[in-house]
Each structure stands twice: as structure tokens, then as C-alpha cells.
Design a protein around this ligand. Structure first.
Ligand code: G3P
Ligand code: MG
Length: 247
């Protein structure tokens, strides 16, 4: 499954060129040559999984306030492209189903980041996996990830055979024990906090290390040199060109 992990994973699609977490952004990542994309999933008030990063609608849509205060139908009335560029007016917040259909059509690998609204960790993971499971074909790579350990515990319980990425920002002192307990396959870490030593320490657990979010080719080269397996990037096409043979 992870044998197809590429060096570059399109972050929220291709966030540098298109409004993040929209169908346009996923299409753009594929157009730029990305083989995998990462997107974030959260629940609406009526418990529909949708692609959005922030807890609130304000930054990336024409709506305001917390995501879980709106039903899907209300959310679908919002524009999720206008904030980015007039060329993307009409983009919507995609449902998980819409995004999965497009990702399959494009033949992309997927890192689905479970991004619960605070307090909704378990239900977000449960509903997301229930929906995803019948939709996802076994021939396409899938990595589930989360910063929230309860989400990874749900994934371990409901769909153990799918690899799990443990996302770390400020790692807790017992991150290695947690990674063991939840059966983490990969460690997905903040690139800015890394040194040769920290990457070595993560790799010593036997897990591939993925680093977010890297938009500078020189930095990516350094991270790969330290043994990082893949980076999440907002600009998969530009980074591939700049890295050239290093990929
Ligand atoms: O999954 C990698 C990266 O997306 C984690 O951070 O805040 O961009 O979702 P964030
Ligand atoms: Mg993310």
C-alpha cells in the first residue's frame, strides 16, 4: 500500500494554485503530476463528511462561524473558490463522496486527514470511515491520518488494515508509546521542527517519516537527505521541476 508513496504529496490538493480542499484543487494537483493528494475531512451539523481545513468557514468560504453549525445543504450554498481567485467562483465545499469519486477517476493515492471539530473526534472518524469504506477501491493507496489520537484509535478499531499516519506538531513526551499503541504506520511531522537528529529518532522506530508543508526545493532536498520519505507540498508541479533528478 505505502510502496507507492511518492516523494511529493499534493497538500490540500494543490493549495498554491487552487482553493484548498476543493475539487478544483484535487484536479489541479493531478494536472501538475501529483500521484497522491492530502485533504482534510470534518463533519457538518447533520454529520456529513466534507473537505475543509479550518474549524470555521470564514477563511475559505463565503460563510461565517463554526463548520458544525451548518447542515450540508446550507454549506453547499456557499462559495469555496471566490476567496482564492475570481477564476474559481462557483467551487463548493466538496462532500467526501464527491472528492472520492474524483480521486478515483484521476487514479490518485490519498492521504485522508481526519480533522475533527474540537470535541467531535470519535464521531468524525466513525462517520468518515463508514462512508469511505464502501467507496474506496482496494487498488488505490490510502493513508488515514490525524493529529487526534482518538481518531486514530477509531481507525484502528474499524478499519485496521488501512495504514495510519500519526500527525505530530509539538510531539508529546510519550509519542513513541502512542505510536506503538495505535499501530501507526507513518509519522507525519512538522518540517520546521526537524533536524537530522529528530528525523533519525523517528526513523529509529521503523516508520517512514512524512513532513509537512514544504514548498521550498532546497528544504525538501535537506529533508530527503535526512531520510524523510515524502513531503506534503502546496506546489507539487513546481517542486517536482525544481527538484528534478533529486526525485
Ligand atoms: O497532513 C499534513 C498536513 O496537512 C497537516 O497540517 O494543518 O495542513 O492539516 P494541516
Ligand atoms: Mg491536512
Amino acid at each position: 500500500m505505502l510502496s507507492t508513496l511518492p516523494r511529493l504529496i499534493g497538500h490540500r490538493g494543490a493549495k498554491e494554485s487552487a482553493p484548498e480542499n476543493t475539487l478544483a484543487s484535487i484536479r489541479e494537483a493531478a494536472r501538475q503530476g501529483a500521484r497522491w493528494v492530502e485533504v482534510d475531512v470534518m463533519l457538518t451539523r447533520d454529520q456529513q463528511p466534507v473537505l475543509i481545513h479550518d474549524d470555521t468557514l470564514d477563511r475559505t468560504t463565503t460563510g461565517t462561524g463554526p463548520v458544525p453549525l451548518l447542515d450540508l445543504a446550507e454549506l453547499q450554498g456557499l462559495d469555496a473558490g471566490r476567496w482564492f481567485d475570481a477564476a474559481f467562483v462557483g467551487e463548493r465545499v466538496p462532500t467526501l463522496e464527491e472528492a472520492m469519486a474524483l480521486i478515483q477517476e484521476l487514479g490518485l493515492g490519498l492521504n485522508l486527514e481526519i480533522k475533527p471539530y474540537p470535541g467531535q473526534e470519535e464521531i468524525t472518524a466513525e462517520v468518515t470511515l463508514d462512508r469511505l469504506r464502501p467507496l474506496w477501491p482496494s487498488n488505490l493507496p490510502l493513508l488515514l491520518s490525524s493529529f487526534e489520537v482518538p481518531c486514530l484509535e477509531v481507525a484502528q478499531r474499524l478499519w485496521p488494515e488501512i495504514p495510519r499516519g500519526y500527525l505530530l506538531w509539538e510531539p508529546p513526551a510519550d509519542w513513541a508509546a502512542i505510536a506503538d499503541r495505535i499501530g501507526a504506520t507513518t509519522l507525519n511531522v512538522d518540517h520546521g521542527r526537524q533536524t537530522a537528529e529528530s528525523v533519525a529518532e523517528y526513523r529509529a522506530t521503523g516508520r517512514p517519516v512524512l513532513a509537512y508543508t514544504v514548498n521550498d526545493a532546497a528544504r525538501a532536498r535537506t529533508l530527503f537527505g535526512w531520510g524523510v520519505s515524502a513531503v506534503f507540498t502546496d506546489a507539487p508541479g513546481r517542486m517536482a521541476r525544481e527538484l528534478g533528478a533529486a526525485l
